[in-house]
Write a protein that binds this ligand. Structure first.
Ligand code: ATP
Ligand code: MG
Length: 592
């Protein structure tokens, strides 16, 4: 099978996982791998054709919640490696736990993976799999282990089992059921399957080594009784495999070559290898066997990435649902205006490591800025409007100014912005008494109205001490783009909109959901560490061209950041905008 090692390793920033893969490929470890075009044991793969995929990876979420930023790292890693090495990445639902799984989550997960730009079809196969389809095999494998003297039914209570597990410094004690005859375990296991025993009455345990220094090797439980309906298999089963037993088998049946998981599974690797080795020895699984490699999970400052805690945020209504733009879920991020390209850039930039660490939230924001800067057309928005009246401009006149859609992309063209006597400007762009170094509007000062005219500030009107209108005079010879426009040199340059043409629009300004960089760490209550300023709803004045915006279009509102029309609350012709990210990191400035 010449094709399998023909292609050179992908040119890419290397990391320890790529090094393992390179070494496995160079050593020909998977050169003899076959693929029966569907998951299965030795009977499916042993005499099948050569595997066209050079490696196989998988993304195996449990369908019990929405995907979050941590999953995005895992998706980019697994699908990215398969892409770079000419391999295949399987989309697998790890649905071996009957209780918490739902179709709603399945649909949302598939949608999120596609949104991130990945696909599980390769070499003519649709590699979308459900671990629950392997229940028959897992059950047969368990019977095989019992028959081979490698598993037994233990009838101790959960507490008894825990008590005899031992500790890091003390060996475990054998269960009184450990040496029972195989036939008896066999019979009990079938009774478990047939619903003859109550939940928790007994479990099937692998028979390995109660004195192993690795507690996971001290006869781990591999099957339990759980009388619960499963979202796909219904009431067919009342015994379910434990995760540590199910996962290696899932990988082997799918001919996964490199099974990437987070660090907490490192201590499980010996059991992973033990189990697959025994089942291959018994002729149930084809070789070569998959290899587990652990990497550090994503920890992001100001973010919580635990499904359980995210559920709590939703249930206690600290946020407006799973797709709240402040949530670290992919549905939330998408609504907020984060992009798939930004996530892929982020995954590349943070890479993979073998030790846990914290990534600054600003790294993710910078990736989004970088991507949005490329794809977002420029528009004008006045977020905190105050009137500017050009006193020497005629009442009944209006004219057009031209603004580029993207300053670095002349091919994106220009758009027209109406200019008239009454304008909106940002309140902060006027100061009655300017602080030092202030170059914007103050009485006597000149600024350029960007893409328009140079104006001289003449003063303001106030009511109850609050500025209601700013006044100015314009220089008719100074219009941007006309000959001699830059005759007058000014230091300030501010944005504006014609009051008559602008549209008052709801805009949501989002910020980090948690003020604390490590929310909930040290057993603190994370719900008390929420950022009270994480969502601010304002009515802004927007350029008329924005009225037709749809949710897939990103904009830079000049000076304010990147925005997108909200996919849920916008109406045709009347969008509501979300701020994805500011232009600069305001948290950096706030730091002492
Ligand atoms: P959580 O702990 O939030 O419930 P999980 O690990 O239980 O997440 P799964 O659905 O089991 O979620 O995970 C699917 C895949 O995503 C697994 O391979 C897991 O390793 C990976 N994953 C989950 N969280 C992270 C993270 N923070 N960083 C990197 N990968 C992650
Ligand atoms: Mg999990």
């Amino acid at each position: 099978m010449p094709a399998r090692n023909a292609k050179p390793a992908a040119p890419h920033v290397t990391n320890f996982i790529r090094n393992f893969i390179d070494a496995d490929l160079a050593g020909g470890k998977y050169a003899g791998q076959t693929w029966g075009r569907r998951p299965g044991g030795a009977s499916v793969h042993a005499n099948a054709a050569a595997d066209p995929a050079r490696i196989r990876t998988r993304f195996p979420p449990e369908p019990n919640g929405y995907l979050h930023f941590g999953h995005a790292k895992s998706i980019c890693l697994n699908f990215g490696l398969a892409r770079d090495y000419g391999g295949a990445c399987h989309m697998r639902f790890d649905d071996t736990n009957p209780e918490k799984e739902e179709q709603e989550y399945v649909d949302s997960i598939l949608d999120a993976v596609r949104w991130l730009g990945f696909d599980w079809h390769s070499f003519g196969d649709d590699n979308l799999y459900y671990a629950s389809d392997y229940f028959d095999f897992m059950y047969e494998a368990a019977e095989y282990l019992i028959g081979a003297g490698l598993a037994y039914v233990d009838e101790q209570s959960a507490e008894e089992m825990r008590a005899s597990r031992g500790t890091l410094t003390e060996a475990g004690r054998a269960s009184p059921w450990r040496e029972r005859p195989r036939e008896e375990s066999q019979q009990r296991f079938r009774e478990m399957r047939d619903g003859k025993h109550a939940d928790g009455a007994m479990v099937l345990r692998a028979k390995i080594d109660m004195a192993s220094p690795n507690i996971n090797m001290r006869d781990p439980a591999i099957y339990r009784i759980r009388k619960a309906a499963h979202h796909r298999t219904g009431d067919k089963w009342c015994v379910y495999p434990m995760y540590t037993y199910a996962h290696p088998i899932e990988d082997a049946l799918e001919r996964i070559t490199h099974s990437l998981c987070t660090l907490e599974f490192e201590d499980q690797r010996p059991f992973y290898d033990w189990l697959l080795e025994k089942l291959a020895e018994g002729g149930l699984l084809a070789r070569p066997l998959p290899r587990q490699i652990e990497f550090a999970r994503l920890n992001l400052t100001h973010v919580m990435l635990s499904k359980r805690k995210l559920i709590q945020l939703v249930a206690e209504k600290h946020v407006d649902g799973w797709d709240d733009p402040r949530m670290p879920t992919l549905v939330g991020a998408r609504r907020r205006g984060y992009t798939p390209e930004g996530f892929r850039l982020f995954a590349d930039r943070i890479g993979v490591a073998k030790a846990d660490s914290w990534i600054e939230y600003s790294v993710l924001e910078d990736c989004m800025r970088e991507d949005l800067n490329e794809r977002a057309a420029r528009r004008i928005a006045v977020l905190d409007p105050v009137k500017l009246v050009v006193d020497n401009y005629p009442h009944d006149r209006e004219e057009e100014c031209e603004a580029p859609n993207h300053p670095q992309k002349p091919e994106w063209g220009k758009r027209k912005i109406p200019f008239a006597k009454e304008l909106w400007i940002e309140r902060e762009d006027f100061a009655e008494t300017p602080p030092k170094g202030y170059f914007r509007l103050f009485p006597g000062n000149q600024v350029r109205l960007r893409y328009g005219f140079v104006v001289t500030c003449t003063g303001c009107d106030k009511r109850d001490g609050v500025v209601t209108t700013v006044h100015c005079q314009y220089d008719p010879q100074s219009k941007s783009g006309t000959p001699g426009a830059d005759r007058v040199k000014v230091k300030g340059n501010i944005h504006w909109l014609s009051a008559r043409h602008a549209r008052a629009t709801e805009v949501r300004l989002y910020d980090r959901l948690f003020a604390h960089p490590h929310p909930g760490s040290g057993d603190r209550d994370f719900t008390r560490e929420l950022n009270p300023e994480s969502k601010r709803v304002i009515t802004a004045q927007l350029e008329p061209a924005l009225a037709g915006a749809h949710a897939a279009e990103h904009f830079q509102f000049e000076r304010h950041g990147y925005f997108v029309a909200d996919s849920r609350d916008s109406k045709a012709g009347a969008p509501v905008f979300n701020r994805a990210v500011t232009l600069r990191d305001s948290w950096l400035k706030a730091a002492p």
